[in-house]
Design a protein. Structure first.
Length: 397
C-alpha cells in the first residue's frame, strides 16, 4: 500500500526548525518560525502563566473531558479580549466561541464549517499570506484566490489595490484578514484604512474571517483590535480565529479559539451547533490546559495586570530590535535601505532578501530565514546582531 508513497516536502516554516536543530554550528541563528526569544535566545514562560499554573495545580480535581466547545470561562475571556469587556456583541449574545487547538485548529475548523455550509464560496487571502493558510483551507475543501496587499516598491500596504479587489469579489465569498502584525510582511492598515476595508466588505456582502494571532504585539491590546472592531461594527457576521501562542507564550499548549458573530443569537446558536458537530468529528473536544491558564489570568486582576506588563515588554523589545537591526546594517555600510523594517509591526518583516541570498545565509552562516525572505525579528538578540548583520552584508555584496 505504501511502496509508492513519495516524500512530502518539508514545511516551509517548521521544516526550517528541524534543519536548524540538526545544524552543529553553535553560532547558528533561527529567524524562521515565529517564536519570541529573550536576550539569552530563550523562549521564556511568562511569569503570569507560571503563577496561573500554580493556582491551577492546587485546585485541579479532574482530568475529565471538556465540553465540545470548551468552557464558558474561556469563551467569555476570549470575547472580552477581542471586542472589549463592555461590547454589545457580547451582551446581545450574538457571539459564540469554541476553544480550538491553536490558531491553526481554529482556522481549520472555520474552513470545515464554511465548506459544509457554503461549499461554493471562495476564500480570498492576501498576497502574500502565511505559508500555511492555503494548505489549511484547501484541505478543508475551499477554493482559494488572492487579493493584492503588499506593494513591493514602497515596502508598504497597497490599500487602493486591496479595496478595488474587494469591490469585485462576488457576494457570499469569504475574505481572510490578518487582525494585526500581518504575517509575513509586518505591514498593517491604519485605523482609517480598516474602516474603509470593513465598509467595502460589508458593501460587497462578503464574510470576513479574521486571523488574529498577534493581538498585543503591534501597538497594544486594545489598539490592535481596532480592525476587528471596525469590521464587527459594520458587518453582521464575522468569524475570528484567535491564537494565544505568541501573546501568552503558550506555543505548545495549542491555545486557540474560533469565535462566530452572526446577525442574531438564534442564528449564532444554529451555526455553533454545526461547528460542534464538525469539532466532534475532527478532534472531539479541546485540550484543557492552555485555556485554563488564559481564563485564570484574564479573571484575576493582578495576574492580568502582570501579564499585560510582560506583553508590553515583549512588544517594546521587538521594536528595539527592529531599530537596532536597521542601525547595525547602516553602521556596517550596507547601501540597501532597510529603514522600512522600523515601521512594520509584530514579529515579522519581509526583508527583501532573495531566495538565493536566503540560501547563502543558511549554507555559509547557519542563519535560517524563510525562503520568501520573511525574517522573525523576535528571534534576534543584541548579541547575535553583529554576526547577523555582517552575514547579510556579505550575501548582499
Ligand atoms: C509562523 O508563521 O512562523 C508561526 O505562525 C508559526 C507557524 O506555525 O508557522
Amino acid at each position: 500500500m505504501f511502496e509508492h508513497v513519495e516524500m512530502a516536502p518539508a514545511d516551509p516554516i517548521l521544516g526550517l526548525t528541524e534543519a536548524f536543530k540538526k545544524d552543529p554550528n553553535d553560532k547558528k541563528i533561527n529567524l524562521g518560525v515565529g517564536i519570541y526569544k529573550d536576550e539569552h535566545g530563550i523562549t521564556p514562560i511568562m511569569e503570569a502563566v507560571k503563577f496561573a499554573e500554580e493556582k491551577l495545580f492546587q485546585r485541579e480535581e479532574t482530568k475529565g473531558y471538556l465540553p465540545i466547545a470548551g468552557t464558558d470561562d474561556y469563551s467569555i475571556a476570549v470575547q472580552q479580549f477581542l471586542f472589549g469587556a463592555d461590547s454589545s456583541i457580547i451582551f446581545s449574545q450574538r457571539a459564540a466561541t469554541i476553544h480550538a487547538p491553536g490558531g491553526t485548529g481554529a482556522l481549520r475548523m472555520a474552513g470545515e464549517l464554511l465548506h459544509k455550509i457554503s461549499p461554493k464560496s471562495t476564500l480570498w487571502v492576501s498576497d502574500p499570506t502565511w505559508a500555511n493558510h492555503k494548505g489549511i483551507f484547501s484541505a478543508a475543501g475551499l477554493n482559494i484566490k488572492t487579493y493584492p496587499y503588499y506593494d513591493e516598491k514602497t515596502k508598504g500596504f497597497d490599500f487602493e489595490a486591496m479595496i478595488a479587489a474587494i469591490e469585485k469579489i462576488p457576494e457570499g465569498d469569504i475574505v481572510l484578514l490578518h487582525g494585526c502584525c500581518h504575517n509575513p510582511t509586518g505591514v498593517d492598515p491604519t485605523p482609517e484604512q480598516w474602516n474603509a476595508i470593513a465598509q467595502a466588505i460589508s458593501d460587497s456582502k462578503l464574510l470576513p474571517l479574521v486571523d488574529f494571532a498577534y493581538q498585543g504585539l503591534a501597538v497594544g491590546i486594545e489598539e490592535d483590535a481596532i480592525g476587528l472592531r471596525e469590521i464587527a461594527k459594520l458587518c453582521d457576521t464575522v468569524f475570528v480565529a484567535s491564537s494565544f501562542s505568541k501573546n501568552f507564550g503558550l506555543y505548545c499548549e495549542r491555545a486557540g479559539a474560533l469565535t462566530l458573530v452572526c446577525e442574531t443569537p438564534e442564528v449564532t446558536q444554529k451555526v455553533l451547533s454545526q461547528l460542534k458537530t464538525t469539532v466532534r468529528q475532527c478532534y472531539s473536544n479541546p485540550p484543557a490546559h492552555g485555556g485554563l491558564i488564559i481564563a485564570t489570568i484574564m479573571n484575576d486582576e493582578k495576574l492580568r495586570t502582570d501579564w499585560e506588563a510582560e506583553l508590553a515588554k515583549m512588544r517594546e523589545r521587538i521594536q528595539h530590535l527592529r531599530e537596532l537591526f536597521v542601525e547595525t546594517l547602516k553602521d556596517l555600510g550596507v547601501q540597501q535601505d532597510f529603514s522600512f523594517i522600523k515601521d512594520q509591526k509584530g514579529m515579522f518583516s519581509f526583508s527583501g532578501l532573495t531566495d538565493n541570498q536566503v540560501q547563502q545565509l543558511r549554507e555559509k552562516h547557519s542563519i535560517y530565514v524563510v525562503r520568501s525572505g520573511r525574517i522573525n525579528v523576535a528571534g534576534m538578540t543584541s548579541s547575535n546582531m553583529p554576526r547577523l548583520c555582517n552575514a547579510i552584508k556579505e550575501v548582499l555584496e
